[in-house]
Write a protein that binds this ligand. Structure first.
Ligand code: ZN
Length: 383
């Protein structure tokens, strides 16, 4: 648990001199990437769930570029997206190469927009990521709708596209959206029916001493639907036993993988953290793609990881009913920038060795112990 911070009223930008210059020195003036800025984010009282996700997203280059491009468009009324664009712009245009920035406007807006985040409690970073991406997509779609309406004919004719039930994809979809195909085979008549489903991130179950590839295989394993979970077969016109499996049909540009490390334990009436060791490679290829996948050979590089620190059995935590598990402990982000790795722990930024990433795989034994383990992985495709 972190201690609530008093937000400083005076400093809009503060720089942590010692730490900042140490990082600059460590990278070296020759090696320091041109036009790159490494800025820690001030914690406004348990806002590391937000800081860690924002840093990870900042280092998802296609996303950063779109957000900065949005900033350069004509001024829009304040939204979570304008606040994010202001924050990214502020980082990207700093005179100094390293330092600390308070994401105050963003946090204020977030708390105003969603009561879930309107408090000083730790939140689930994955829930926040989901909320942020969906909110940005909604804002973009709404703006497009407005533009179309403003552009409609004076006699009030609405163009046909307005009747479209599925809105056009936004750049959030272009970057993060993939498609799953859900195949169900009736075990009586052998008819296969498939249904496609879009995703912005994939949530996978974790097991001890495994790898991400194993988790993804598990995700796509054939499941038998039987007894009370029988499937209604259109051919048989009745409930039947069936085999079901989910495969990736369209691979996203950036694959966000959420490791389901928090499991609700019925007998304990609370969430517990699974600190299992799950290896995530720097390079990834998916093997759970469908036969008709459009781009099954996409190669991915790890670009960012949101890490959850702590255990679910930490003491001293005030119990808020269901708000345990991912809503406790601390979050940090490790990101790849050019050829090296950085660790962002709120206002602290450090350079780390690529080998040090292994420390965030999880624990091989005594999983109830405190662990710093990968929670959301961001893989960017090479093409
Ligand atoms: Zn059937």
């Amino acid at each position: 648990m972190e201690i609530l911070m008093t937000v400083s009223k005076f400093a809009s930008i503060c720089t942590m001199g010692a730490n900042a210059s140490a990082l600059e020195k460590e990278i070296g003036p020759e090696q320091f990437p041109v036009n790159e800025h490494y800025f820690g984010l001030v914690n406004f009282g348990n806002t590391c769930y937000c800081n860690s996700v924002l840093q990870a997203l900042y280092f998802c280059r296609p996303f950063r570029e779109k957000v900065l491009a949005y900033k350069s468009q004509p001024r829009k009324k304040e939204s979570l997206l304008t606040c994010l664009a202001d924050l990214f712009h502020s980082i990207a245009t700093q005179k100094k190469k390293v330092g600390v920035i308070p994401p105050k406007k963003f946090i204020t807006r977030l708390r105003k927009e969603n009561e879930l985040f309107d408090n000083y409690m730790q939140q689930d970073a994955h829930e926040f990521l989901n909320y942020l991406l969906n909110t940005i997509a909604d804002i973009l779609q709404e703006e497009r709708k407005q533009e179309k309406q403003n552009g409609r004919l004076p006699n009030g004719n609405i163009d046909n596209e307005n009747n479209n039930s599925t809105p056009d994809p936004t750049w959030v979809h272009e970057i993060f959206q993939g498609t799953l195909t859900n195949e169900t085979r009736c075990l009586t008549c052998e008819t296969i029916s498939s249904k496609d489903e879009d995703f912005l991130d994939l949530s996978v179950d974790v097991e001890q001493n495994t790898s991400i590839t194993h988790c993804l295989r598990g995700f796509s394993n054939t499941e038998t639907l039987c007894s009370e979970y029988k499937y209604y077969c259109e051919e048989c016109r009745s409930k039947q036993e069936a085999h079901k499996r989910m495969k990736v049909k369209k691979l996203p540009m950036i694959l966000a993988l959420h490791l389901k490390r928090f499991k609700y334990m019925d007998q304990l009436h609370r969430y517990t953290k699974l600190s299992y060791r799950v290896v995530f490679p720097l390079e990834l290829r998916l093997f759970n793609t469908s036969g008709d996948a459009t781009n099954p050979d996409r190669m991915y590089d790890l670009v960012a990881v949101v890490v959850h620190c702590g255990s679910s059995t930490q003491r001293g935590f005030v119990f808020f009913g269901k708000n345990s598990g991912p809503n406790r402990g601390h979050y940090i982000a490790i990101v790849k920038s050019h050829d090296f790795w950085l660790l962002f722990d709120d206002d602290i930024v450090e350079k780390i060795d690529a080998q040090a990433i292994e420390e965030f795989y999880g624990l091989t034994s005594d999983i109830s112990k405190n662990s710093e383990s990968g929670y959301i992985l961001f893989y960017q495709s090479r093409d």
